[in-house]
Design a protein around this ligand. Structure first.
Ligand code: NAD
Length: 502
């Protein structure tokens, strides 16, 4: 066995073979300069393994392979039904390997094993959904009069560069691969350097599912090298990115070089509004899920809770009690754990810095916000107890900036008008949640909130059949649902003259 595959035993005892190379043209290769990324277990800070990191010349190879595959009859002329079936076979393989995929995800990312199993189930669902869509992508016949026939064809965009983050490595890969492949594109996808492992295991399944060489190329690499090489590459027709708003803006500039089609899913500071007529017990439970799930590392996390003043104190008391009871911090492989470590030392340091900023700004830390040293290896790992800040004012940094951790701010409002003003007072517009029993108010508020998604009496209730994405600086375009395919097709208009020129 070369160093392109390595035998590993995960902390839960599962043994498996971890690929470590770049997956280009259905083959495992080393990076041209031999550079690697070392993956760190955030639970105990140990090294898991190292994988090859692509540089610009490796991206050139991956793009050439994707271009050849795009033009090759084995993919180009495959019937949409056969293409869809291939994606469904991949979905079935993901189900078969669910335990290994979830193990790798938890080991590399730190999320609880139960959550990782949920992510893998989502991958399976997303792929099956888009596999089923592949032969239902139709153009139109447009009536332009008796002497003309006009119709449209939905064509693939071409070679798609896809750049994904570390918070849901497998799920984010599926959100991008599913629609791209269903529409007949070919792909070069890059995982985040913080979580390089699970996607390589997925690559093996891509090959097993029978995709022709070059249709799916999967690489690891650093953002400023491999990521930038994808965003600028003249051979790439589209770039789809999920990550921070700052990087999204850089991608837009880089993609301008050859006017790439772009889709961006970026940051958020999503509000959750609790009106005095809400079912407070339900609001408390969903507010907890909405911010503390996945260690708070969710772009749609409802990280700003806005509560009507008449129920502010009772909400805070109930929320604090619930978070302390349910947000059990610890070993992500333990069944009782709700919250594992932050993904990296740098994220951990960043969240701790926000906790300090909150204290310095004069907000009140009513619960958590401490370093947790009681993990599986005492004094190791990037654990933080879930932080709740109250007495937060809209001008505070912790109210305005995305923290991306188990960190929530709670502020108060008096009227619906003020609640909307506060909810919309942000550069972001990703998720939003409204708790009220008044159906009229619920829909009125949903229409006026500036966000790509509104949850009424829930939070972060994502579903792959429903479009996902943001407005303002939270992104451009949509993923998931039928809308998720719009970014992966282009419309060709064909005009047929069936009359005679007189
Ligand atoms: P990031 O933007 O630094 O990295 C995301 C990806 O972009 C990684 O693969 C990285 O390697 C790559 N990248 C980084 N710099 C690049 C560059 N200059 N050129 C090309 N590629 C580059 O983000 P992060 O810190 O890893 O992730 C956290 C952020 O992502 C949060 O702000 C969060 O809101 C956002 N996020 C958004 C969504 C969404 O759907 N809207 C989902 C998950 C995460």
């Amino acid at each position: 066995m070369s160093d392109l595959h390595i035998e590993l035993t995960a902390p839960n005892g599962r043994k498996y073979t971890q690929p470590t190379g770049l997956f280009i043209n259905n083959e495992w290769v080393k990076s041209s300069d031999g550079r690697k990324i070392t993956s760190i277990n955030p639970t105990d800070e140990s090294e898991i393994t190292s994988v090859y990191a692509a540089g610009a010349s490796d991206i050139d190879l991956a793009v050439a392979s994707a271009r050849n595959a795009f033009n090759d009859p084995s993919w180009r002329d495959l019937s949409p039904t056969d293409r869809g079936n291939m994606i469904i076979v991949l979905s079935d393989l993901v189900a078969k390997h669910a335990a290994t995929l979830a193990t790798i995800e938890t080991w590399d990312n730190g999320k609880s094993y139960i959550d990782s199993l949920g992510d893998v189930a989502e991958v399976q669902g997303v792929l099956k959904y888009y596999g089923g869509y592949a032969d239902k992508i139709h153009g139109q016949v447009i009536d332009t009069g008796p002497n003309k026939l006009a119709y449209t064809i939905k064509e693939p965009v071409g070679v798609c560069g896809q750049i994904i983050p570390w918070n849901f490595p497998l799920a984010m890969a599926s959100w991008k691969l599913g629609p791209a492949l269903a529409c007949g594109n070919t792909v070069v996808i890059k995982a985040a350097e913080q979580t390089p492992l699970s996607i390589l295991y997925l690559a093996q399944l891509v090959k097993e599912a029978g995709f022709p060489p070059g249709v799916v190329n999967i690489v690891n690499g650093y953002g400023r090298e491999a990521g930038a090489a994808i965003a600028t590459h003249p051979g790439i027709d589209k770039v789809a990115f999920t990550g921070s708003t700052a990087t999204g803006k850089e991608i837009m500039k880089m993609a301008a070089a050859n006017m790439k089609n772009i889709t961006l899913e970026t940051g958020g500071k999503s509000p959750l509004l609790v009106f005095e007529d809400a079912d407070v017990e339900q609001a408390v439970k969903w507010a907890h899920i909405g911010i503390m799930s996945n260690q708070g590392q969710i772009c749609t996390a409802t990280s700003r809770i806005l509560v009507q003043d008449s129920i502010y104190d009772s909400f805070i008391a109930a929320f604090k009690k619930h978070v302390q009871k349910v947000s059990v911090v610890g070993d992500p492989f333990a069944e009782t754990t709700f919250q594992g470590p932050q993904v990296t030392k740098s994220q951990y340091d960043s969240v701790l810095a926000y906790i300090q900023a909150g204290k310095d700004e004069g907000a009140t830390l009513v619960s958590g916000g401490e370093v947790f040293t009681n993990g599986p290896t005492p004094s190791k790992g990037f654990f933080i107890t879930p932080a709740i800040f109250t007495d937060v004012k809209p001008n505070m940094k912790i109210y305005r900036e995305e923290v991306f951790g188990p960190f929530v701010v709670i502020a108060t409002f008096t009227s619906e008008e003020e609640a909307l003003k506060m909810a919309n007072d942000t550069i972001y517009g990703l998720g939003s949640a409204v708790f009220t029993k008044d159906i009229t108010r619920a829909h009125r508020v949903a229409r006026r909130i500036e966000a790509g998604m509104v949850w009424i009496n829930s939070s972060n209730d994502s579903d792959y059949r429903v479009p996902f994405g943001g407005v303002k600086q939270s992104g451009i375009g949509r993923e998931l649902g039928e809308a998720g395919m719009a970014g992966y097709t282009q419309t060709k208009a064909v005009h047929v003259n069936i009359g005679l020129m007189i």
